[in-house]
Ligand binder design. Structure first.
Ligand code: NAD
Length: 256
């Protein structure tokens, strides 16, 4: 028995990184998965490999959400889960951030999460689950990622309000708050066909050894396991909460 047998789950940003690992793990656990992304070729290839569906969805597009929900329900007859995972990051100090850049990050990370909840919850079966992807930077500050941190804080607000508003239907809404995770977002060398991903991962582990108590960067598969926990019956009495997964980074500092 898989932990998601009989459930239909839509995962955004599923063509690569954490979303890809979530889609793979959910499919292994028996879910019928709909992968959504703007990277169509890659998303379609992953979907085909794991026996899932792929839909093109820019999460900041209102109409795109309507089409994605319809595609999921047409394909599988229902929808039980949503993982709002798609996100983008831009580095800039606040005083140097152009409004256009700030709004681009808001559009994908924050508006995308809002539109996802708004589009999927009405179509969702009672007892469904929503997992929003926030960040370590949803619960603390980090210099040079002001727009990103603002949207990730906002996602926790959306998570709590959605949990309150949907609880009467047994729909649970939680958030994952990853620290640094070894995907293209934290390790852009992963997008360089000439770079050795193992080597760049080792270099990152070296960097995070000094920052993170567990001494390494996180893995996308580890976040996927947390998203699975929050999407299945193992978390049946949990809603409205942020879950930090950061190797102890937020626990405090060591001075000796
Ligand atoms: P990633 O860049 O590998 O994956 C992001 C995915 O989102 C990509 O497939 C991308 O195409 C997709 N995407 C981007 N804009 C989109 C849009 N408008 N519509 C649909 N899809 C879109 O990075 P990742 O680490 O897998 O990121 C997944 C989530 O985890 C993001 O929300 C990110 O903010 C969050 N996160 C990442 C880290 C990290 O260190 N990697 C840490 C904390 C939180």
């Amino acid at each position: 028995m898989g932990r998601l047998d009989g459930r239909v789950v839509l995962v955004t940003g599923a063509a690569r990184g954490q979303g890809e690992q979530e889609a793979r793990l959910f499919a292994e656990e028996g879910a019928r998965v709909v992968l959504a992304d703007v990277l169509d070729e890659r998303g379609e290839a992953v979907a085909e490999e794991i026996g899932a569906r792929y839909v093109h969805l820019d999460v900041g597009e209102e109409d795109g959400w309507r089409d994605a929900v319809r595609a999921a329900v047409d394909a599988y007859g229902r929808i039980d889960g949503l993982v709002n995972n798609a996100g983008i990051l831009r580095f800039n100090t606040l005083v140097d951030t152009p409004l256009e850049e700030f709004m681009r990050v808001v559009r994908v990370n924050q508006v995308g999460c809002f539109l996802g909840i708004r589009a999927v919850a009405p179509a969702m079966a009672d007892g469904g689950t929503i997992v929003n992807t926030a960040s370590y930077t949803a619960v603390t500050g980090m210099a040079a990622v002001g727009a990103y941190a603002a949207t990730k804080h906002a996602i926790l607000g959306l998570t709590r309000v959605a949990a309150l508003e949907l609880a009467h239907r047994g729909i649970r809404v939680n958030a994952v708050c990853p620290g640094a995770v070894d995907t293209a977002m934290s390790n852009p060398a992963r997008l360089d066909p000439d770079a050795d991903p193992e080597e760049t991962s080792r270099a990152l582990d070296g960097l995070y050894r000094r920052l993170v108590p567990l001494g390494r960067i996180g893995r996308a598969e580890e976040v996927a396991r947390l998203a699975l926990f929050l999407s299945c019956e193992d978390s049946s009495y949990i809603t409205g909460q942020p879950f930090v997964i950061d190797g102890g980074w937020l626990a405090g500092v060591t001075v000796v």
